[in-house]
Design a protein around this ligand. Sequence first.
Ligand SMILES: Cc1cc2nc3c(=O)[nH]c(=O)nc-3n(C[C@H](O)[C@H](O)[C@H](O)COP(=O)(O)OP(=O)(O)OC[C@H]3O[C@@H](n4cnc5c(N)ncnc54)[C@H](O)[C@@H]3O)c2cc1C
Length: 532
Amino acid sequence: MISRRNFLIKGIGLSSTIALASSYSGCSPKIDRRETLRGPNHTLGHKLRTGTFPKPTQIIKTEVAIVGGGVSGLAAARILKQRGIEFRLIELEDKVGGNSHSDKNSVSSYPLGAHYLPIPGTYDKDLLSFLEEENVITGYENGKPTYNEYYLCFDPKERLYINNHWQEGIIPVNGVDRKSTEDFDKFNELVKKFKALKGSDGKEAFCIPLHFCSDDPSIKKLDTITFEFFIQQHKLSSPHLLWYLNYCCADDFGGTISTISAWAGIHYFCSRKGSASNAQPDAVLTWPEGNGWLVNKLMKYAVKETTTNSMVFQVGYENGKCIVDYFDAIKEESIRLVSEKVILATPQFINQRILSGTLERKIDYAQFSYAPWMVANIKCSNHLEEKRGERLSWDNVIYGSKSLGYVNSNHQNIQLFSDRQVITYYLPLTGADSNAERKQSHQRSFKDWYELAIEDLKLPHPTIEHSIEEVDIWLWGHGMIRPSVNFISKTSFDASAPIGQKIFFVHTDTSGISIFEQAFFVGTQTAKMITV
Ligand SMILES: Cc1cc2nc3c(=O)[nH]c(=O)nc-3n(C[C@H](O)[C@H](O)[C@H](O)COP(=O)(O)OP(=O)(O)OC[C@H]3O[C@@H](n4cnc5c(N)ncnc54)[C@H](O)[C@@H]3O)c2cc1C
């Protein structure tokens, strides 16, 4: 079998294991460095679209089958394990974690996708108890959790490169005119109002997980207009504010103010109700490997039960039992799971292909749009040339860039000195037509991605190329769901409806917001509900 990695070595001439002389352009320095272009297993994914699979040669009976080992599937597994319910988890990739998985090199662990978790609100009891189990929460003071200082993002947290200068924080201040300042003030007033707002049902207008949000139609109607329209209605037009809002929409949705709904946009700013005895409400938890750290903690609940390198190609219902057929790519054979219940922790573009045609579902698959993302982990010397201003922070953002800038993976390392560092550069592909973006992104070579990233990074670090030793590029074709107009209130709501109390859907695209808290909540609640 040709893996994605081998395909790249054969097809494009990249190597994942050996150093290559780099000589891309006349101006690039010729130095040896390790270069990789990777992504989810396309060979298996492609087989799902075109291939036929061998008939199952084995039948395994189990109580619950979980399909997909991302955060939502792993959260479900944790509950089943704690409740002593027999289950199996089938994962397509060679390791679990989905968009939150990580890797490491000789200097540091680093994220390949998700990299932080904001401290949760005290109403998110399941998440708090998991964080307690893992010693992320070390105790409580006056009802507020005390967080382990090693996992709270150290100072300095964030800086913005603007007007040839690094300023503190990512809201533009340096060189910003009066109109911009006024617009930011007006927007902050709106945020304050919506943060405090409660619906006619007494529930918070905006919070996370989404299940705690009010269903008041006067609030939910914000899902019927774009965030851009909402901004225009409030006469906010300063380029600095618009840049900032687009940056935030790219961060959580891989979108822009024109492609996501006003409800989703406001949710980004108003849903976080963090509370801690030893940190600010907007504090974040992070690790060198990002949320890969959390994945590694969840993984332990499903070590024996997980089969990796295996793709589920059919889910059906026969004679009162659920049927899950999967192809084991290592053994090159198909196996059938027969279970009482199935938890599908896979995105809907996969479910559309694997659910047997006889199973009825009221869902419009065409409405599911996923933003592609490129993530580049760059190992370099820690003597990067810096422009004036604030020193290296955890999050380093470049004003006006299409990227989200980079996170310093070494930031949380407690080692006193290292002459190397790993920076994680994030580029969401936010174009309105995500299919076209995906197609184009799959045609790009390592060189194309490298040049895109370096052109951007050279603005604050002009000589960065001379410091680079390794570049590990990861491409997510379907990085995260985009909550476009009517998606959260209608499309994703329909997609979360189970089939006959037998087959359940927990992937974050059934919520419309792709973040850890949501994946964890839905996986946990579903596993609890089916085992009462
Ligand atoms: C670049 C990037 C950065 C992000 N940053 C953050 C962040 O900082 N904080 C945050 O909270 N969130 C972040 N996210 C969002 C992240 O997606 C969620 O936090 C969460 O990991 C989603 O989990 P999930 O279980 O819904 O889905 P996924 O992670 O998509 O998991 C689905 C799993 O199903 C498997 N699978 C698919 N098809 C099959 C099949 N046929 N058979 C078996 N298995 C299959 C996949 O391999 C995968 O493991 C980021 C996402 C991206 C792409």
